[in-house]
Structures are given as structure tokens and as C-alpha cells.
Design a protein. Structure first.
Lengths: 900, 99
């Protein structure tokens, strides 16, 4: 500490010392002159007595600053000077390191948040996720790991394994805290939720077991962030009324500040007990229905019980429950094989200290892939830095040896080189710190693009990771910086000073090996990038199967504003008429399930076409208005579209007509015409197929661009149309049409919020966000890797040429042709690239294994893609070597022989 | 230790310390003047001395060193250990002197 201080005020210290010494000398001289010496002799005598002035200064300086600190400061200054002398070297090294460090840190921080971060609850390691493996014979609402509420209650009684079980369901609601209702996310939870998690309130209380009992007073707990942003941290919030889909509930508390729900991707605004389900999800099955599959179940294991013990231990109970269930009164009539599937189900219990995440399912794997890619990139960057250092140090070979000859110790030289590496590592790390949050923000915008509602992701960089990557790259830099020093120490001084030509030293072999490994890594990254880019272009090129230009879509959910199903249906009808009458619209249609948003309405069907059979698996269903296909621009291949008569049959009799898509015909009719055949929802002997297939529509995508499912459509207004997803072909810009469309909705009901409004193009884009993220980032990384390798190839080859100038000169003088000189250099480069490629090819298969699920329309080992990538790599690699090679063949023999 | 001892009397500058050392020890201790200054700075660094610039007896600015409390304490410690050492040496000599 003190020495640092001394360093900062070193000028004053130097000055003081000078004055002190001068004073001493002058006094001594004066004394000596007094004793009879001449001025000159006195001076001589005084200086002699004192010893060398410089030596004293040095010694005193050593007192101020410990020796090595002083050396380090000098070394760093020397490095800084040499850095300024070769800015391109500096920029390459620093950027390589910064990008490597930055991207690994950014992606790791995201992986950590999405996949690994443990919930801020009491003893998260005891938490497990319960899952039902098999067919639950139930209607589904939600995405994954779903079960019924009664099942969750059953599990709560299994206290041999669990100290508590909770269940949850996230749903959008129209939430009003006094003003206009807005869409917000509510988490419907069992009364045990907070006590099982061990989360307390910031103020008031959290939900309790008795809040979930039938007949309990409707209450809600607010999320801390929601309370702060939407209610301005009102201290008197306890006891206030809020309206959930226009049903009142009383706020009883605000949850702990750190707790933002179980799901990283979706932070709820409020928690409500399961008794409020009918209000929060109008039209959904009663909560006590075992055929409703909608809740995620998590449990807290008893201390000392492992997840696998609980899983094995619970299996007999689970089987017994299944048996009992099939005998219960409400159990539906199903085909024997489906019943068998139901009975074959098993319970699965997995540790879930990180909670559950919808993001994890979607982005977990892509993020791991990107992390691997960046780790490879960091490796590449380190190799490159190592290569660059090796090159520079062989250029400094002579300087180093001269220094040794002048008496510098190996350790001292090592320290100097160390300071060099340290400086670059520091700079690289510094730029990396700046780059990392930028990369993270970009990534989060990719991830957030199609995550609904609020998400919990932050662009905070994980500093432990930053430190780690920083250390890794520093160590790499330092090691490569030290290698030449070690080498210098090994060689005999005399010989190395004399010998300046001829043989290529071991440093070059090391560098060539480095480059070969680099090429191998680069090839892997490039293949990955090419696969993702092709997947993206296939998907966008393919399109949705219908025309998306000037098509906008919006949604309304009247049941959340308190409409009964029949009224909701009439309101949607009114809006439909209103929008259709607008001058700015060309075609208007309504569906009850939104397209390309990942969700679907699926059910097996029974088909009657001569013989009677079930589909045996889910068919994607939708209820649509007349002119739906026309509005979308999807072709009716056979039969007819729905007309108004089909829609008018509301009144309990259900739909009478259905339209199926080509895929459906191919699968269930083997290409024969399905017109006139009859279908109905569900399977089982009690079902009566009474809906006639009246048309066949061309295939188009339903839930996502990858979806190539069988689909069946029924007329809307005849089913249960409590939500409306409108598809409108507009004249002019989609934004311009918004005002008039909103006018039409206001005219029907001024208080009805629009749940979303966007062009279908935009929705298509959004549904491709994962693919786009993978393609953009992997090709970015690929390009970077390629650049790094090319710099590497170029560097090592030009170094080789410089080293062998004399040899090549001699060869040419002895009659070798210029092309043979060219070949001499190129051959080296080709060997490196070829070896690298050969190493990488087996790994392409391994890589393919990981990326397969992310691809569309091509195999991970797609030969043309791999071949094209190799070609690019070979061509650019040879291109990079060509520059030094041309230099080699233009060597003038006479000059080369005079060289040095 | 010697420097510290000299400074117990009064603050002094480098040259006078050198001279006094020579005088006091009746020229037995020949201080290498070259190593005086590093020593002074080392002691200052350790916090046993403080220095300030004052006009000297010749009227020119000189750097006067004076003892700090820590310095006095250190001197006491060193004196004691020196005393122990010399007395031990004395004992051994006495022992050896006896026939």
C-alpha cells in the first residue's frame, strides 16, 4: 500500500533525495575546503566518500518501492510503449480476448438465469417437480408438466415423502386496481404454495391453506415489483379491492421482495387461491374435475428422502389411484388401448431447485449450444493470442538473446514477458466487461421477443464467470508469452546469437499445431452456423402456407370482462360485423384458437367413412368463421368453404360441417376423397360421428412454422366461442388500420381490452425468434472463428517465409522454379487445413447429435452443407497462405543471400 | 540503531548524523556514507523516523530527521537485545579467560 503511494508521489521523493544529497555534498566540500584542500580535490574526495550517487539513488528507490513492483511498473511501461508501436497486434489480441471473454460470460450468465439459478426460497434443494408420464385422458390447458387439482390434493396426503405439495397455473387476466383493466398474469395456486416454498410477505400476509377452501373469501397477494410499479408502493394497499376479470378480490399482502415466482420467464402480478379459478379462467372446467389437466405440481421432499426414492415409493400408490380413477363415475368411455395407456402411466419426480421455467424448455437447449459455441470461440481466441505471442516473441528472439547476453537473468526476462501478457489480458478483460452486457441485452431481446408478459431476465453479468474466463484467457496469454522465454533459456547463448538462418525452430511446429486445432474448431462452428442458417432460410422461404402480407390479427376475450358464454359469442359476432363493415378492410375472419403462437386446441376424432375408426392421436382443431380460408388466402382443394348457414346453427345442436386439411386426408383417407364422411370429437363407443366433412383445405401451419399436423376445422359460433382471434386483411399499413379497428371494438363494448394486435408477418417473425437467434449468433461466431483462423494461418505462414527467405533464395539461385517456391509454402498451409478438417469431421457427427432437434428440413450431417463449409474453409485458408506464398516466390536470390 | 540513538538527542540532517557517528565513536565506527541514506529512508519507511525540511545551521534548507514514538520504542527493544547479546558475549569471554 505504502509503496503504491510512494509510486504516485515518486517525483517529489526523487526531488527531495536530490536536494538532500546535494546538501550533503556541499557541506562535505565546504568542510574539506576548510581543512585546506582545493575546491576540486574536495569535491573529488566528497564524492568518493559518498560512493556512486546513482547507486545510492537506486538503493533508496528500492527502499521506496519493493524491487519487483518497480520492475513491474517499468515492464508495464515498456509493454505499453511496444503496444503503441504495433497497434494492429494489440487490437487483434485485445479484440480476440474481449470477444471470447465477453460472449462466454454473456451466454453463461443467461444460461445461469434461465437454467441453473436456484429459487430464492427456503432450502430449494428439497423441491421436486412432479410429472405424469403417460396419457391422462384429460383436457389440457397450459404447456408442460400438467396435472389435475384433485391429483395435487391426493399427493399432499403422501406425507411419507413430502413435507408439502403445491400446485400452480399461470393465466392472463384482465386486472384492475381501480382504473381501466389491463392484461396481467395471475398465478392460481394451492393454499399450500407459500408455506411449501417458505416465502413470506413484505407486508400483510401470504396465502394460507384456508384461502383455498371452498367458500373462502376471495383474496389476492401482490408481487413486490407489481406493487411498486403499478401501485407506487402504496403502504395502505392491504384491504384494498382489485378486480380480476371484473370480479372483486381483497389484497391481503405483498410477497417477499426477492420472490418473483417460480418461472424465470413469466413473473406473475398477483397470486390467487384456486377457489378464484372460475373467475380467472372463465369457461374452464371445475377445479375438482380429474379430467382437467392444467396445474404444475411441485413438492418439498422430507429431509433425507431423495427424488428417486420418492418416485419408486409413490409408484404403487399411483397405480392404485389410476385403477380407482377408471372405476369412478365420471371416467369417460374410451377405447381399450387408450385405457391401457392410461393405466400404464407412471409418476415421475425430478429435482427442481430452480423451479420451473417455460423459457428453459424453449431456450435451454439452444442456449447450451450457444454456450458450447462460445466456449469453443474462447478456446480459439486463446489459441490465437498464443499464436500471436509466439510469433511476436520469435520476432523478438534476437532482442531477448541480446538481453541475456548482457546479463539479464531468465527470471527477469520472464517477468518482462509476463508483464506483456498481463497487460494484454487486462485490456482484453476490460473490453470484455464492456462487451458482455451488450451481448446479453441482444440475447435477452431475442428470448423476450416471444415470451409472454413480464420476464425476470436481467442483463447483469455474472462476475464470477467473467473472472473465470478472464483468468483462463490470461493464463493462456501468459503461458504463450512465457514459452519463448523458456525456449531462450534452453538454447545456448552463443549458438543462438550466431545462428540466424536455416532451420525452422520448434516454436513454429507448436504454432502449426495450434493453427490445425483452430481450423478444426472453426470447421465445427461453421458447420453449425451453416445448418442453422439453412434451417432459418428453409422456414422463412417455406412460409406459413398462406399469404401473410397486409394481414393483421388481434384478439379479444369478452369472458374476462364478465360475459356469459352466449353473450360473449354474440359480442364477438358484433365485432366481426363491425370490422367487416370498415372501409379499410378487405376480408375478415374469426378463429377461436390463435395461429402461430405455439398453442393449439387438440383432440382425437372418431371418423365414420364406411367403417368407423378413431384417429388414435390428437388432431389439431380450430373453430373458424366463414371466409376464414379466403381471408388467409388458403386454397380450398375440394368441396366448399363454410358459409353463413353453417355458422347459424348455434342452439345446442353443435356443428354440422367440418373442413379438414390435406395432411388429414393423406393420413386417414389414404388420398381418397373424404367429402361426405362424418367425424366427431373424442373417441369411444358412445360418440356419434355426425359432423359432415364438406371441404378439404391446402396445408398451412397452425401452431408454428415447423408444424405439419393433421387439422380439422369447425364453424365458429356453433361451438364455445368465448374468445375471438380475428384475422383481417387490411388496405394500407397495419398500423393505420388499428384506429378504425379499435373504433369498431369500442362501438361493440368500450370497456373491452384488446389482448394483442399485430401483423401476421410480425407473428411469423416472432415465432422464429429461437431460429433467428441461433442463426445470427452461430454465424457471427462462425465468421469470427474463420477470421481468427485466417489471421492464424497468415501469421504462421508469413513467419515461415521470413524464416526461410535464405533457403528459398538458395533454391531459386540453384534453378528451382518460382512455382515450386510457391508450392513449398502452400503445401504447408494445405497440410494444416486438411489435417484440421480431418480432425473435425468425426466431431461433426457428434455436433449433429446435439443440434438435430433445432433443425428443420435437413439432416445434421447434410453432405452438401458440410462439403460447402469445408470448401469455404479450404479456399479462404489457402487464400490467407497465398499472400506470404507469393512473397516467397518473388524472392530475389541475390537479395536473399545478402539478407542479414 | 546507532542512527536512532543519535536522533534521541535532537533532530538532525543526514550530513550531521554521519559526522556525529564518526565523532561519538571516536572514529572507530567508519560509516560508509553511501549506505547512510538508504538506511535513513528505510527507517522513515518503517515509520520510526519522520523528516521535515528546515533551514540548517548554515542557513540552507536541509532535511531533518527526528525520532517518532515508534522509533523510540524500537530503539528500546534494540538496546535491550544488544545488551543481552553483549552480556552473553561478555560471559563467554569471561569463561574463556579463566584458566
Amino acid at each position: 500500500m505504502k509503496s503504491l503511494l510512494n509510486w504516485l508521489r515518486r517525483e517529489r521523493l526523487e526531488d527531495g533525495l536530490d536536494r538532500e544529497l546535494t546538501y550533503h555534498l556541499n557541506r562535505r566540500i565546504a568542510d574539506l575546503v576548510e581543512s585546506g584542500l582545493t575546491e576540486q580535490e574536495a569535491r573529488r574526495q566528497a564524492v568518493l566518500e559518498l560512493g556512486g550517487l546513482t547507486q545510492i539513488r537506486e538503493e533508496v528507490r528500492d527502499v521506496w518501492l519493493t524491487r519487483w513492483v518497480r520492475d513491474l511498473v517499468c515492464d508495464l511501461r515498456f509493454s505499453l510503449r511496444s503496444l503503441r508501436r504495433s497497434p494492429s497486434f494489440a487490437v487483434t489480441v485485445v479484440l480476440s480476448l474481449a470477444l471470447g471473454i465477453g460472449s462466454v460470460t454473456a451466454i453463461w450468465s443467461l444460461v445461469d438465469q434461465v437454467v441453473l439459478r436456484v429459487l430464492p426460497v427456503a432450502e430449494p434443494e428439497q423441491l421436486v417437480l412432479v410429472d405424469w408420464n403417460g396419457d391422462q385422458v384429460a383436457e389440457t390447458r397450459g404447456s408442460s408438466n400438467l396435472m389435475s387439482y384433485p391429483f395435487c390434493r391426493d399427493l399432499q396426503s403422501q406425507d411419507r415423502y413430502f413435507t408439502g405439495v403445491l400446485c400452480r397455473h399461470l393465466t392472463p387476466v384482465n386486472l384492475s386496481t381501480g382504473g381501466d383493466p389491463r392484461q396481467a398474469t395471475a398465478e392460481i395456486v394451492s393454499g399450500s404454495y407459500f408455506s411449501v416454498l417458505g416465502v413470506g410477505p413484505t407486508m400483510g400476509r401470504v396465502l394460507r391453506e384456508d384461502d383455498g377452501q371452498p367458500g373462502a373469501h376471495p383474496v389476492a397477494v401482490l408481487e413486490y415489483g407489481f406493487w411498486r410499479s403499478q401501485l407506487a408502493s402504496a403502504p395502505d394497499v392491504i384491504g384494498r379491492k382489485i378486480w380480476i376479470n371484473q370480479h372483486p378480490a381483497t389484497v391481503v399482502g405483498v410477497a417477499a421482495e426477492t420472490f418473483r415466482g417460480i418461472d424465470v420467464g413469466e413473473v406473475p402480478a398477483i397470486w390467487i387461491p384456486v377457489t378464484l379459478t372460475p373467475q380467472a379462467i372463465p369457461g374452464w372446467l371445475p377445479v375438482n374435475n380429474r379430467r382437467a389437466r392444467w396445474m404444475q405440481v411441485l413438492g418439498r421432499l422430507r429431509p433425507g428422502v431423495s427424488a428417486s426414492q420418492a418416485q419408486t415409493g409413490l409408484q404403487p400408490w399411483f397405480k392404485a389411484m389410476l385403477e380407482e380413477d377408471t372405476r369412478s363415475e365420471g371416467f369417460p368411455h374410451i377405447m381399450p388401448e387408450r385405457r391401457a395407456r392410461f393405466l400404464r402411466s407412471s409418476i415421475e419426480i425430478t429435482p427442481a431447485p430452480e423451479g420451473h421455467s417455460s423459457l428453459r424448455g424453449r431456450f435451454g437447449k439452444p442456449l447450451w449450444l450457444l454456450l458450447t459455441a462460445t466456449a469453443v470461440l474462447l478456446g480459439l481466441a486463446c489459441l490465437n493470442v498464443a499464436g500471436l505471442f509466439l510469433a511476436r516473441c520469435s520476432a523478438r528472439d534476437r532482442e531477448i538473446r541480446t538481453r541475456m547476453a548482457l546479463g539479464a537473468s531468465g527470471a527477469r526476462l520472464g517477468r518482462q514477458l509476463l508483464a506483456d501478457s498481463l497487460l494484454y489480458a487486462l485490456l482484453g478483460g476490460l473490453v470484455g466487461v464492456i462487451v458482455a452486457p451488450l451481448i446479453m441485452r441482444t440475447l435477452i431481446s431475442f428470448v423476450a421477443a416471444d415470451a409472454p408478459g413480464d420476464n425476470n431476465l436481467q442483463s447483469d453479468v455474472d462476475f464470477r464467470v467473467l473472472l473465470f474466463t478472464f483468468l483462463v484467457s490470461s493464463v493462456a496469454g501468459i503461458l504463450s508469452g512465457l514459452a519463448p522465454a523458456v525456449q531462450a533459456g534452453r538454447d545456448s547463448l552463443m549458438s543462438s546469437l550466431k545462428e540466424r538462418n536455416g532451420t525452422v525452430s520448434g516454436g513454429v511446429r507448436l504454432r502449426k499445431a495450434t493453427i490445425t486445432v483452430q481450423i478444426a474448431f472453426t470447421l465445427l462452428l461453421l458447420v453449425g452456423a451453416a445448418l442453422f442458417v439453412r434451417t432459418l432460410s428453409t422456414l422463412t422461404g417455406k412460409g406459413t402456407g398462406f399469404s401473410t402480407s397486409s394481414l393483421v390479427s388481434f384478439g379479444v376475450n369478452p369472458s374476462r370482462n364478465g360475459y356469459a358464454p352466449a353473450d360473449a359469442s354474440r359480442l364477438i359476432r358484433r365485432i366481426y360485423e363491425g370490422v367487416r363493415a370498415l372501409p379499410a378492410t378487405e376480408g375478415t375472419a374469426v378463429a377461436n384458437t390463435r395461429l402461430l403462437a405455439g398453442g393449439s386446441w387438440s383432440n382425437p376424432l372418431t371418423i365414420l367413412a364406411g367403417e368407423r375408426f378413431g384417429t388414435g392421436r390428437d388432431v389439431r382443431l380450430n373453430a373458424v368463421s366463414p371466409a376464414f380460408f379466403a381471408t388467409l388466402g388458403a386454397r380450398i382443394i375440394a368441396g366448399r368453404d363454410f358459409d353463413e348457414r353453417d355458422s347459424l346453427t348455434s342452439g345446442g345442436t353443435g356443428p354440422r360441417a367440418a373442413i379438414v386439411n390435406e395432411a388429414f386426408v393423406r393420413r386417414y383417407f389414404g388420398g381418397r376423397s373424404p367429402l361426405g364422411a362424418r367425424v366427431c370429437l373424442g373417441e369411444g363407443p358412445s360418440r356419434k360421428p355426425d359432423i359432415e366433412i364438406v371441404g378439404v383445405v391446402a396445408n398451412f401451419n397452425y401452431s408454428s412454422l415447423r408444424d405439419e399436423s393433421e387439422q380439422a376445422y369447425f364453424p365458429i359460433f356453433a361451438g364455445r366461442p368465448t374468445v375471438g382471434h380475428f384475422y383481417v386483411r387490411v388496405l394500407g399499413a397495419p398500423e393505420a388500420a388499428f384506429q378504425s379497428i379499435r373504433g369498431a371494438i369500442r362501438a361493440a363494448d368500450p370497456a373491452l381490452p384488446i389482448t394483442y394486435y399485430s401483423s401476421v408477418d410480425e407473428q411469423v417473425n416472432r415465432s422464429l425468434s429461437t431460429e433467428r437467434m441461433l442463426a445470427a449468433l452461430s454465424s457471427g461466431f462462425g465468421a469470427l472463428a474463420l477470421l481468427l483462423s485466417l489471421v492464424g494461418v497468415y501469421g504462421v505462414m508469413s513467419f515461415v517465409v521470413t524464416h526461410r527467405t535464405r533457403e528459398i533464395g538458395v533454391r531459386i539461385a540453384l534453378g528451382a522454379s518460382r512455382s515450386s517456391a510457391l508450392w513449398l509454402v502452400l503445401r504447408d498451409a494445405i497440410v494444416m487445413v486438411a489435417t484440421g478438417t480431418a480432425i473435425a469431421i468425426p466431431f461433426v457427427r457428434v455436433l449433429g447429435h446435439f443440434v438435430e432437434s433445432q433443425l428443420f428440413g435437413l439432416k445434421p450431417t447434410d453432405p452438401s452443407t458440410v462439403a460447402a463449409t469445408i470448401l469455404v474453409l479450404v479456399l479462404t485458408g489457402v487464400g490467407a497462405a497465398l499472400i506470404p506464398a507469393l512473397r516467397a516466390c518473388s524472392i530475389d536470390p541475390t537479395q536473399a543471400l545478402r539478407f542479414e | 540503531m546507532l542512527i536512532l540513538q543519535i536522533l534521541t538527542l535532537e533532530p538532525a540532517h543526514g550530513y550531521s548524523i554521519a559526522q556525529r557517528l564518526e565523532q561519538k565513536s571516536k572514529a572507530v565506527v567508519q560509516v560508509n556514507q553511501g549506505s547512510l541514506y538508504p538506511a535513513l529512508h528505510r527507517l522513515e519507511q518503517k515509520g520510526w523516523l519522520v523528516a521535515e525540511w528546515k533551514p540548517s545551521e548554515t542557513g540552507r534548507e536541509a532535511k531533518f530527521y527526528s525520532l517518532t514514538r515508534a522509533g523510540r520504542r524500537q530503539l528500546a527493544i534494540e538496546k535491550e537485545s544488544w545488551a543481552r547479546l553483549t552480556s552473553a558475549v561478555q560471559l563467554i569471554f569471561n569463561e574463556g579467560g579463566r584458566p
